[in-house]
Design a protein around this ligand. Structure first.
Ligand SMILES: [Zn+2]
Ligand SMILES: [Zn+2]
Length: 516
């Protein structure tokens, strides 16, 4: 009891202080007022409260943002300027997750805000509570333009977060293949390990990022790398029940490039066999088909010439210019010509160039090809206006040669048959065909497939050329905005309709094709 009374006498009971209570109450009211308005889209009361010193600059709302971060997130440039210039808020003010306003400006992809904060001396390497710098934020939020201008301002490209994850780890985890390509072309390793010993492939497997995995496998990263828990990417995928990733990782990947290199052998081998069958099986019975035989022989003999002329032709590619692109972004950024900075979707993520209209990046040639028609597997190269005529000539050779071979093969069978009824003629011809030997049969079957396919492709080419389009545009026209033009529909809404801006009329298109 003594002890109790002693303590009691030392510490007088707290008498309700009216002044403090009203202060607390008015502060609570202020906060409610400020946040209600902010929630409704009006930051002004919050800004005023901070400017007048009624609220601390680092006061955060429930989403963890200070008023400055909130203004950045809303891309409210004037408020940002007011807070930094008039209220002298620190540019590196941290929100609840330790992010700086610059990091948020990057996440929003706002060049003007990024430049504002950098010019005010914001720390370009400021890391948040997970170790993300603004550059890492640009990868996480897929802001390629912000990424370029931060690099231009000297941001550290070798940055790692608190888990030791690099930009590549994060791009892989986020299933962001364009960014993976950009990072690779900037010489970042696709095989680096983080603090858990995980490679980007492990991280991609973890998040079921199938596109990343396909890309990394294509780039031949080691599939059996083990993390500190001794797990391969497949085992990580199993552990995180990332089923799609498991499937991709377990697929036996064919050596694509080797396969594609075989296509030219397949082509020449096919014609070799056709000629062999012709000489041994067909010629003895069709010597009276004078004109067809002459044309067929001419076509087959000149086939290799036509083929190699087309194969050695160059489609002309657009040179890569990684540093030039960063420089271009940087220059326009510093001059505050933000409108003129190329849109990231117009940048080829492999070549780092602003893609000209109608150009296409060919994955197999690994280059951007101007006015690309298509990639020809048999020639092993892209076709565009530089080698289009040579390709078309080869295609015509192919169609005519195959057609004549089948015609002569029919002549061969016909000369051995005496039958006037159509139905029994067909049956007997087929039986005879089966008796001509396996090689003959196989070559005929393949030829029918080749004829069908090359006819279809020839038709496609002729249609495209007649319309001054590329085959790629004919097949994928929905992908190309420039092929569509807006028009006012009956109900007054704007709609898009297909309008080919390149055609000058059938004859003119062909004149252009043949002469330019
Ligand atoms: Zn490209
Ligand atoms: Zn190509």
């Amino acid at each position: 009891a003594d002890w109790y009374s002693q303590v009691k006498s030392e510490k007088p009971p707290v008498v309700p202080n009216n002044e403090t209570t009203s202060k607390t109450q008015s502060r609570e009211n202020l906060i409610r007022h400020v946040l209600d308005h902010a929630h409704g889209g009006n930051l002004a009361p919050w800004v005023e409260a901070v400017v007048q010193g009624k609220l601390d600059p680092d006061f955060t709302s429930s989403n963890g943002n200070c008023v400055l971060h909130e203004a950045v997130w809303r891309l409210d440039y004037q408020t940002v300027e007011k807070l930094v210039k008039e209220a002298a808020l620190p540019v590196d003010l941290r929100n609840a997750t330790s992010q700086t306003p610059l990091a948020l400006a990057v996440a929003r992809g706002s060049y003007s805000l990024i430049k504002f904060f950098l010019d005010k001396g914001a720390d370009i390497e400021a890391a948040d509570h997970l170790g993300f710098t603004p550059l890492l934020s640009s990868v996480l939020t897929s802001q390629l333009g912000a990424f370029y201008v931060l690099l231009h301002r000297g941001a550290n490209i070798d940055v790692k977060d608190d888990n030791g994850c690099s930009l590549v780890h994060w791009a892989a985890y986020k299933n962001n293949v364009p960014f993976l390509r950009v990072l690779k072309s900037l010489n970042l390793s696709l095989e680096a390990t983080d603090k858990l010993g995980m490679t980007p492939l492990h991280r991609a497997a973890m998040s079921n990022a199938v596109h990343s995995i396909e890309y990394l496998v294509f780039e031949e990263v080691p599939l059996n790398a083990k993390d500190t828990k001794n797990r391969t990417p497949v085992q990580v995928a199993v552990e995180y029940s990332a089923e799609a990733s498991q499937k991709v990782l377990n697929m036996k990947k064919p050596q694509e490039s080797l396969l594609y290199r075989l296509f030219s052998l397949v082509f020449l081998g096919y014609w070799g066999l056709v000629f062999l069958v012709y000489l041994y099986n067909v010629l003895p019975h069709t010597s009276h088909y004078l004109l067809s035989s002459l044309v067929f022989n001419t076509l087959v003999v000149t086939m290799p010439i036509v083929y190699f002329v087309a194969k050695l032709s160059k489609p002309g590619c657009i040179p890569r210019e990684t540093n030039n692109t960063i420089q271009k972004f940087g220059d326009l950024f510093e001059l505050e010509k933000f409108e003129e900075i190329p849109k990231p979707e117009k940048i080829c993520s492999s070549c780092h160039i602003e893609r000209p209209q109608r150009s296409k990046h060919c994955r197999l040639c690994d280059t951007c090809v101007p006015v690309q028609d298509h990639h020809c597997l048999f020639l092993g190269k892209c076709i565009n206006e530089q080698n289009h005529r040579k390709f078309l000539l080869g295609l015509i050779w192919q169609v005519a040669g195959t057609w004549l071979f089948l015609y002569l093969e029919w002549g061969n069978l016909d000369s051995q048959l005496q039958e006037s009824y159509l139905s029994s003629y067909v049956v007997k011809a087929l039986l005879l065909l089966f008796n001509q030997g396996v090689l003959n049969l196989c070559v005929v079957v393949v030829s029918v497939a080749v004829l069908w396919y090359s006819w279809w492709y020839l038709f496609l080419e002729l249609y495209a050329i007649s319309n001054a389009l590329t085959v790629n545009e004919v097949l994928n026209r929905h992908k190309y905005k420039y092929l569509f033009t807006p028009f006012q529909s009956i109900d007054g809404t704007l709609k898009l309709k297909f309008k080919n801006p390149f055609t000058k009329g059938f004859l003119h298109n062909w004149m252009d094709f043949l002469t330019t």
